[in-house]
Design a protein around this ligand. Structure first.
Ligand code: HEM
Length: 441
């Protein structure tokens, strides 16, 4: 049985954070036949990030996602040729320069969010933050990625594609627990629904791609890059199946993570009116009290960016990453044979003593340039590490800063009385049942 009784099926990451506080920066858990080495000490994580000795490992949750995203960028094994092909072809689509092209699409969706929150504010209602943020991030990636409008703010029922994806992710999340007695709880009906959901997602993406091929139109989005760019290394293009896998990858990897980060940020803003005031002063200085936020202005909103970084420090939406040793090595005094793997536990790394004596405190000034210069870079890793780090980082940051700035300049946020942050764990971490009341300025 090993440590079976010590696992918290609902909140394994938060349980591991407690264990790290008790047992230190590296510990091992044995659950039935599985061994899991959890690493969070700053020096040990630095070793694990060494690309010469270690590489990305597809841990169980990521392997389970392959049923949706196949050998797409996020879930490809290191050896799969489609990874480097897609990495080369899609890199330019995520450069800082590419953000200029996405800016207006992002703003259009943010305006829809603001319209919907204006109505809630006028009615004195609490808004359900996670639902709004998920609508926002789906619509943004739909438009910027594939010029597809999910129109999430204009509907009462979610788009069938989004409903299918949410169900499929939940199924994968629940079934990724390999304890047979728990697995048996998910019966045939759920499995069949899962198969239908995946088929619907694949057919929807195939339809979008076919329509684009038929029309021959170019939209300057990620789909254009996928369909028309040649990999400079191989001289080849992505085939149809790979395009489908990449589209599904961006919908999975680019949605929940950014939505959760925005949700956590709004939670912290609702608790820290002094941070809201400082951010608002910056926004007024850079952009003015109203008027459109321009592309160039986003990079100048340095304090808002610090709010995002500090949010990612305390609650990194992707709570960790798996790494595998390329050859026998030692780590924290133990010998690890070739092929051994570990899990880097980010929320604990982000509370390492190197962050100071009050790591639980939300303080965006930790990311002021002089503070950043004083500490080692490897203790902040919300985007993963090395060649397999997040390709969508600039995209997520542009979207998050633009959205938060648009909200901060317009609303004060009041928390729901009695609410304590409840961190829900699925493939990502996200705030559960978070509602705030808005007052329009
Ligand atoms: C706040 C938002 C985000 C966070 C915290 C985040 C975090 C991460 C992390 C930690 C990894 C590395 C995973 C590993 O090593 O196994 C990763 C990879 C990846 N992310 Fe993100 N991500 C975010 C947003 C996005 C967005 C918006 C997109 C796309 C539109 C995206 C696409 C990807 C892809 C494709 C990979 C795999 C890259 C590769 O292996 O080559 N992510 N992300």
């Amino acid at each position: 049985m090993g440590d079976l009784l010590s696992i918290d099926v609902a909140k394994p990451v938060q349980r591991e954070m407690q264990m790290a506080q008790e047992l230190g920066g590296i510990f091992e858990r044995k659950i039935l036949q599985h061994r899991l080495i959890v690493v969070s000490g700053a020096d040990l994580v630095r070793e694990v990030n060494d690309e010469e000795k270690w590489a990305k490992f597809l841990g169980k949750p990521l392997r389970k996602l392959r049923v949706i995203a196949g050998d797409g960028l996020f879930t490809a094994f290191n050896s799969e040729p489609n990874w480097s092909k897609a990495h080369n072809i899609l890199g330019p689509g995520f450069s800082q320069a590419a953000m200029r092209g996405y800016h207006d699409s992002m703003l259009t969706v943010v305006d829809r969010l603001v319209d919907s929150w204006d109505s809630a504010a006028a009615g004195g209602e609490y808004v359900d933050v996670s639902t709004s943020m998920t609508s926002l991030t789906f619509d943004v990636i739909g438009r910027c990625g594939f010029s597809y409008d999910f129109d999430s703010f204009g509907r009462t029922e979610p788009d069938p594609f989004i409903a299918a994806m949410s169900r499929a992710l939940e199924y994968i999340n629940r079934s990724s627990n390999d304890i047979p007695i728990l697995r048996a709880l998910f019966g045939r009906a759920a499995r069949e629904q899962h198969e239908r959901d995946i088929a619907l997602m694949q057919q929807t993406v195939d339809r979008i791609v076919e329509e684009r091929m038929r029309s021959g139109e170019q939209h300057g989005d990620l789909l254009d890059l996928m369909m028309h760019t040649v990999d400079p290394d191989t001289g080849e293009q992505l085939d149809r199946e790979s395009i489908r896998n990449q589209v599904l990858t961006f919908l999975v990897a680019g949605n929940e993570t950014t939505a959760a980060t925005l949700g956590f940020a709004i939670h912290f803003l609702s608790r820290h009116p002094e941070v809201v005031a400082e951010a608002r002063a910056e926004i007024t200085e850079v952009v003015g009290a109203d008027g459109r936020i321009g592309y160039e202005q986003v990079a100048k909103l340095r304090y808002v960016r610090r709010v995002v970084d500090e949010t990612l420090r305390l609650w990194p939406a992707a709570p960790g990453y798996f790494r595998k040793v390329r050859g026998e090595t030692t780590l924290g005094g133990r010998t690890l044979p070739k092929g051994s793997w570990v899990f880097v536990l980010l929320p604990q790394l982000h509370r390492d003593p190197l962050w100071g004596d009050d790591p639980e405190r939300f303080d965006p000034d930790r990311f002021a340039p002089e503070a950043v210069r004083k500490r080692p870079a490897h203790i902040f890793k919300p985007w993963g590490t090395g060649i397999r780090a997040c390709i969508g980082r600039q995209f997520a940051l542009h979207e998050a800063v633009l959205t938060l700035a648009s909200l901060i300049r317009r609303y004060d946020f009041a928390p729901e009385p009695g609410y304590e942050l409840d961190v829900h764990e699925a493939i990502t971490l996200k705030p559960r049942r978070l509602k705030v009341k808005l007052s329009t300025l």
